[in-house]
Design a protein around this ligand. Structure first.
Ligand SMILES: Nc1ncnc2c1ncn2[C@@H]1O[C@H](COP(=O)(O)OP(=O)(O)OP(=O)(O)O)[C@@H](O)[C@H]1O
Ligand SMILES: [Mg+2]
Length: 291
């Protein structure tokens, strides 16, 4: 029998903790094979893994859409129970934006869709209106407020789905491949919005195939492979190992690849490990000026 995980008492209680989550789809795969995940206040976590690794399945557990076959989800130290009251609390704490907006949107028009969640939080009308207006504005879709959701483009639907989750003002916002389908300005707006949310204390979890984005943006990277959490930690250590990443169907971020190449050629000191294009540029300019 598996022993319970020993909690580090020196750490504050995570907002959300998954302990040995297992999930078997009906008549199908064991998609999660005992996954642990810790989400602390205000963290930025990138969840990476090859197709079919279990990312979406895990994210669907984080707001109780899926109930684990075994294992426990803790919200602020309390185990989640799958009844109405507890799920309501969980969903007010954790907002999930699904990979495909068609799976998320259901109300007739944009405004109704975005206001549905806040209305269910029993907030007064003024507060609901303010939250919805802010969310619409943040995603630049105020002009679409009366539009039927089925008459939107894919990217517009995605913006509405994100606005709906943001209007809930969750402590943790989970986004499943949010950039897919957004145009450059949509992606830019979303990054700005996520930055502001994170600065005001919201924890963010983003499932992504973009390793460079994960490396640059995240404070922690969680690697899923075949339904198992291989590692969760700072990107620096995890993203510099091409062999391990390749073993899990992933590749190192381009900036690590380029930096390693420059180091091999003696053009960058081994101590430099730039995380962003700007850091790489600065390191190269400094060296050029010195020589
Ligand atoms: N509705 C379902 N019914 C049965 N099996 C499913 C279902 N959804 C996913 N699976 C299986 O569960 C496993 C994990 O799938 P999941 O969608 O969580 O992966 P993922 O990491 O999100 O992949 P992707 O990068 O393609 O989005 C896969 O083997 C998949 O075939
Ligand atoms: Mg997925």
């Amino acid at each position: 029998m598996a022993l319970p995980l020993v909690q580090d008492r020196t750490q504050p209680t995570p907002v959300l903790r998954a302990e040995r989550l297992r999930y078997v789809y009906e008549g199908g795969d064991e998609a999660l094979r005992g996954v642990d995940l810790e989400v602390h206040h205000g963290r930025r976590i990138a969840l990476v893994g090859a197709n079919g690794a279990g990312k979406t399945t895990l994210l669907l557990h984080l707001n109780g859409t899926l109930k684990p076959t075994s294992g426990v989800l803790y919200i602020e130290g309390e185990p989640v129970e799958y009844h109405r009251r507890c799920l309501k609390r969980l969903r007010a704490t954790v907002g999930v934006v699904l990979q495909n907006p068609d799976d998320q949107l259901f109300a007739g028009a944009v405004y109704q869709d975005v206001s549905f969640g806040p209305l269910n939080l029993d907030l007064d009308e003024t507060e609901v209106r303010e939250r919805v207006e802010q969310a619409l504005e943040a995603m630049d879709i105020s002009g679409l407020r009366h539009r039927p959701t089925h008459m939107l483009s894919h990217g517009q639907k995605k913006r509405v789905a994100i606005a709906g989750a943001v209007a809930m003002q969750p402590k943790i916002l989970v986004l499943d491949e949010p950039m897919a389908g957004l145009d450059p300005s949509g992606a830019w707006q979303l990054m700005g919005l996520l930055k502001r949310l994170n600065e005001s204390g919201t924890s963010l979890i983003i499932a992504t195939h973009d390793m460079s984005f994960a490396y640059e943006w995240a404070q922690e990277v969680a690697i899923l492979s075949g339904g198992t959490m291989v590692a969760q930690g700072p990107p620096g250590g995890l993203m510099n190992d091409p062999a391990t990443l390749a073993h899990h169907g992933l590749r190192i971020p381009w900036i690590v690849e380029v930096s390693k190449l420059l180091m091999e050629c003696g053009l960058l000191p081994a101590s430099a490990m730039p995380r962003t294009r700007d850091e790489l540029r600065t390191a190269l300019l400094t060296l050029t000026r010195r020589s």
